[in-house]
Design a protein around this ligand. Structure first.
Ligand SMILES: [Zn+2]
Length: 350
């Protein structure tokens, strides 16, 4: 496998080359030696104390996750890094939420070169737990850049995957008054892209790894029937149901549905606009995936603007919430893009 030895870290800003190199060295040590760089000492201690030891099966799953990430990136003509199993920390739910806030299943922290997984979720469904790891390891293969300046004490994020953070010098003017935080761009789109890939992984792992007591159930006709029933009840597509417990009392839904709806729409319209270059939405999706890993956004920006018209890439980048009543929601973004597309088609047909 043509895997990279280390992730690439880019540092912008006017700090000295020595200071920037020192940060890169710390990040490299975090990746290679699991130093937990950037994590407060007391939290590090708690992690070392309470982290759940990985079973042979868990290690097999992490191997599989790395293999699948490598396959995906090779298909894009890129090299993945093999993310070390030691840097994936399976934590008791309480410690997990202390670090990451409540109720999520996993978090990738590029600034620490670590992934945190909530053991409650993993215990509930190993299949979904594996998908969480895949999602997070994809994030960790994403483009990553920080910003360091001579006269400011803190290093800040500059890029994470497609996500663009405001420059330090502009942070004050770039407070989004509606969201009451500095503007970040492409957050919603970035998650939609990563989760779209994770859905494919979800299907593949069912055929490749057998989880005792779960895989058989998830492949049974009864499961598929139950999924259709719940989906009908909720008015959603059955594929949006991620997992159902065997006693049928619990189920989980797939992440970021609203962002993915917008992303699917964007892919469909681009495929229609450029049928010679892109035979289907999957081939357009590859351009977006590639951009999250390389950080090069010019191509996808052009595709969007040549399909939806000027300003549309910015509209897509602003998408920031899945709740319809919040500013920059996926629902609002969808409406705006549809209007832009209609206007654009009218203009080009004149
Ligand atoms: Zn994510």
């Amino acid at each position: 496998m043509g895997m990279k030895e280390s992730p690439e870290f880019r540092i912008v800003g006017d700090d000295t080359p020595e200071n920037k190199a020192a940060l890169v060295a710390d990040l490299n040590a975090a990746f290679h030696e699991n130093t937990m760089f950037g994590i407060k000492p007391d939290i590090q201690e708690k992690i070392r104390d309470q982290e759940i030891e990985k079973s042979e099966l868990a290690l097999e799953v992490i191997d599989y996750v790395n293999k699948k990430v490598d396959e995906l990136m090779m298909d894009l003509g890129l090299e993945a890094v093999e993310f070390p199993a030691e840097n994936i920390h399976i934590l008791p739910a309480q410690l997990y939420s202390e670090i990451n806030g409540p109720s999520s299943s996993g978090q990738a922290k590029q600034e620490n070169q670590a992934v945190f997984v909530n053991s409650d979720f993993l215990r509930r469904s190993p299949t979904s737990g594996a998908a969480t790891m895949y999602h997070e390891v994809l994030h960790l293969n994403g483009h990553f850049a920080g910003e360091m300046n001579k006269d400011t004490p803190h290093t800040t994020f500059y890029r994470k995957g497609l996500v663009i953070y405001p420059l330090q010098a502009k942070r004050e003017q770039r407070i989004n008054t509606q969201l009451e935080k500095p503007w970040t761009l492409f957050w919603g789109l970035n998650e939609a892209i990563i989760q779209r890939a994770t859905r494919k992984f979800n299907l593949e792992i069912l055929d490749d790894i057998e989880f005792e007591g779960e895989t058989k159930w998830m492949k049974s006709p009864e499961y598929i029937e139950e999924r259709v029933k719940i989906a009908e009840h909720l008015g959603i597509d059955p594929s949006e149901i991620d997992w159902i417990s065997e006693d049928r009392k619990n189920y989980t839904l797939d992440s970021y549905p609203e962002y993915r709806k917008v992303y699917s729409y964007v892919l469909e319209e681009i495929a229609k606009r450029f049928p010679d270059e892109y035979k289907d939405t999957d081939t357009v999706d590859k351009e977006f995936l590639k951009a999250t890993f390389t950080g090069h956004m010019v191509k996808i920006g052009r595709l969007v603007e040549k399909t939806f018209g000027p300003g549309s890439f910015r509209t897509l980048g602003n998408m920031h919430s899945q709740k319809p009543d919040e500013p920059f929601s996926a629902q609002e973004t969808m409406e705006e893009l549809k209007e832009m597309r209609t206007t654009f088609i009218q203009h080009t047909q004149k």
